[in-house]
Design a binder for this molecule. Structure first.
Ligand SMILES: Cc1cc2nc3c(=O)[nH]c(=O)nc-3n(C[C@H](O)[C@H](O)[C@H](O)COP(=O)(O)O)c2cc1C
Length: 328
């Protein structure tokens, strides 16, 4: 019998009961999103949206940290991610996140959007492995919490620095490395390159977490064979908080749990209520507009309602759309 890819995972001093992890996703992985995931179960480590490492002056005037790091007792442990390029600012940000209740501190070296490239952050860091080493060393000195870094295989096919970055990260003291098995240039478009992941997993003494299409059990099995110790899921859980338990069932050859339409609608209602609770009505409704009808995609008639959803401006608008959703 082949060994199961799913098992407990240790990241530094943190013992996790499982090795399916939530990927950080700006615009999505806020407290309401994570609470629904926690309730459905199966995810061993949550993740917040990335937090920018600001200057001391910006930090004094910024109220975003409290919202970004808001947690609830029903959640399990949560990784909190730093986004930046200045070692001292990243270290200060790591301290803030530790004080806010992070179970793991992470550094973003993979975000490929133009804004990140222009700021020299995210994927741009992959062009400068020694800088990543200095940032992680400063973060390591700032916190005793388990430290992770989230990388890609390189900036692009010409600059595949993933292996060098991983070695520098280990020298700086990271406890685990997440590898999104694509380069920055391939964004989310190309198939994951699990040979690239295998080369990194074979070269470092810390757990390597596979990322990129891991919601697909066949790809997850291949990542396991390539040496991954854990699996991080991003887009696959948007609207599908059940992906973690479904995946575990499929990998074990058991029937997938079935979630009824009324459960999906209750997730939607609850997500709306929790979002308004956290952000207040005005910002809450703006936030909800970006996540059209989470949990209901694919249901009959929903595509038409999405056009209405992105224009919501009051709670009554939301209620009217929910009332028009299919009930059976
Ligand atoms: C909307 C969106 C926002 C994201 N934000 C972040 C982020 O803040 N930090 C990060 O490291 N990666 C971010 N990512 C990348 C994901 O964490 C993950 O690496 C990527 O989606 C590949 O995994 P998947 O195939 O499971 O989606 C984001 C991805 C998406 C789709």
């Amino acid at each position: 019998m082949t060994e199961s890819p799913l098992h407990p995972l240790r990241i530094g001093s943190l013992e996790l009961p499982g090795n399916l992890l939530l990927a950080p996703m700006a615009g999505y992985t806020n407290l309401p999103f994570r609470r629904i995931i926690s309730r459905v179960g199966g995810c061993a480590l949550g993740a917040i949206e990335m937090v920018a490492a600001l200057s001391p002056d910006q930090r004094r005037h910024c109220d975003r940290l409290a919202l970004a790091t808001a947690r609830h007792p029903e959640e399990g442990p949560t990784a909190m991610q730093v986004y930046g390029r200045d070692p001292q600012r990243c270290a200060a940000c790591a301290e803030d996140l530790a004080a806010a209740g992070a179970a793991v501190i992470d550094l973003n070296c993979g975000c490929p959007v133009r804004k990140a490239r222009q700021a020299g952050c995210g994927i741009s860091l992959m062009r400068d492995p020694p800088l990543i080493g200095r940032i992680l060393a400063a973060m390591r000195a700032a916190t005793r919490l388990p430290l992770m870094v989230k990388i890609r295989l390189g900036y692009d096919q010409q600059e595949r620095t993933g292996l060098e970055v991983a070695r520098r990260a280990v020298e700086a003291g990271v406890d685990a490395i997440t590898v999104h098995a694509r380069t920055g240039a391939s964004r989310h478009g190309e198939p994951v390159d699990l040979d690239g992941l295998a080369a990194i997993a074979a070269a470092v003494p810390v757990p390597v977490i596979a990322n990129g299409d891991q919601h697909d059990p066949d790809i997850l099995r291949r990542a396991h064979a390539a040496g991954a110790a854990g699996f991080m899921i991003g887009r696959g859980c948007i609207g599908h908080p059940e992906i973690f338990v479904s995946l575990a069932a499929r990998l074990a050859g058991q029937p997938e749990p079935v979630f009824s339409l009324s459960e999906r609608l209750s997730w939607l209602r609850e997500h709306v209520a929790l979002t308004i609770d956290l952000y207040g009505a005005e910002r809450g409704i703006r936030t909800l507009r970006r996540t059209p009808l989470l949990y209901c995609s694919g249901l009959p008639g929903v595509r038409r309602l999405r056009e209405r959803w992105i224009t919501i401006s009051t709670l009554d608008d939301i209620e009217a759309i929910i009332a028009d959703l299919p009930t059976a």
